[in-house]
Design a protein around this ligand. Structure first.
Ligand SMILES: NC(=O)c1ccc[n+]([C@@H]2O[C@H](COP(=O)([O-])OP(=O)(O)OC[C@H]3O[C@@H](n4cnc5c(N)ncnc54)[C@H](OP(=O)(O)O)[C@@H]3O)[C@@H](O)[C@H]2O)c1
Length: 269
């Protein structure tokens, strides 16, 4: 039974049989799409998150023998021990996909109206959480396995009313690319993937859907192609997936996001 539709741009030779993909935030809107595509590509998928009931619902929706669910909390004191336990049972991981996000409890609020507590919570639940996940799980990647962070356009552009989410997204991008540079060639591969609007189950249930948005499982097929090494973007650490028909693109092809030329630079008029 197919759990997703392989998009037209995806690589037909991608086969993850015998591979294990850990999806942190696997019961989330985007994470579920990654889980579905990984299973369709033949992998074992280990979906983790904080809430047991959300994970159990995922397992009930996807009754697949290769799906495992378990709980972890990126901010818990025992994260390192939990990651070692998961790795002992299922690792080393061919893919560790970080698909976590928190909007905080403050709702939409101008940046300078955030209280110290709200500010600190947003930093912890988005930035510190991702840092701790990298530190705990990178040691459990297979030799040429991938660490991949799913991020949003808030990493790039102002997001009025959601400053905490936007500035942590920008910092997550910086952290991920810094680790990619620090690890260099030859070891685990590290990717930052910036997404546009995603068609998620939660949005569908809330009655908001748009065929112009990107199906969550399309994101999963991009991830599968990267794990398999079949993606033409495998050599580029920064990808944008913002246009459903174009599919994922390497950073260089995103001309609108290029920095403006400094005044007086060659070619400036
Ligand atoms: N949805 C979109 O349209 C969209 C668009 C662009 C980019 N993105 C990006 O995609 C990523 C995932 O977003 P989403 O929409 O799928 O969010 P989501 O539905 O809220 O899912 C977030 C997941 O993160 C998990 N999580 C949060 N904090 C955690 C922690 N401390 N430890 C362990 N797990 C934790 C949650 O687990 P629990 O539920 O158990 O707490 C949940 O499974 C984010 O980086 C987001 O910026 C999403």
């Amino acid at each position: 039974m197919s759990l997703s539709t392989r998009p037209q741009w995806a690589q037909t030779q991608t086969d993850l049989t015998g591979k294990t993909v850990l999806v942190i935030g696997g019961a989330g809107g985007v994470g579920e799409g990654v889980v579905r595509a990984a299973l369709d590509a033949g992998a074992r998928a280990v979906a983790v998150g904080r809430r047991r009931e959300r994970l159990d619902e995922l397992a009930a929706r996807i009754p697949h023998p290769q799906l495992v669910v378990d709980t972890i909390d990126a901010l818990s004191v025992d994260l390192t021990a939990r990651s070692a336990k998961l790795a002992e049972r299922f690792g080393p991981f061919d893919g560790v996909i970080v698909s976590v996000a928190s909007w905080g409890g403050q709702g939409r609020k101008p940046a300078l109206e955030l209280t110290d507590t709200e500010w600190n919570d947003l930093l912890a639940s988005n930035l510190t959480a991702v840092f701790r996940l990298y530190r705990a799980f990178i040691p459990h990647l297979a030799g040429r396995g991938i660490l991949l962070q799913l991020n949003g356009m808030s990493a790039e552009i102002p997001f009025p009313g959601a400053a905490g989410r936007a500035l942590t997204a920008a910092a997550q991008k910086s952290l991920t690319r810094t680790i990619a540079a620090e690890l260099g060639e030859g070891g685990p591969r590290v990717y930052e993937v910036i997404l546009g609007m995603i068609r998620t189950r939660a949005r569908r249930l809330a009655g908001t859907d748009d065929p112009g948005w990107i199906p969550a499982s399309d994101v999963g097929w991009h991830v599968a192609d990267l794990i398999a090494g079949t993606s033409p973007l495998a050599g580029n650490d920064l990808h944008y997936f913002v246009d459903v028909s174009a599919g994922p693109e390497g950073a260089d092809s995103m001309r609108p996001l290029a920095l403006p030329r400094p005044a007086g630079a060659a070619g400036a008029r």
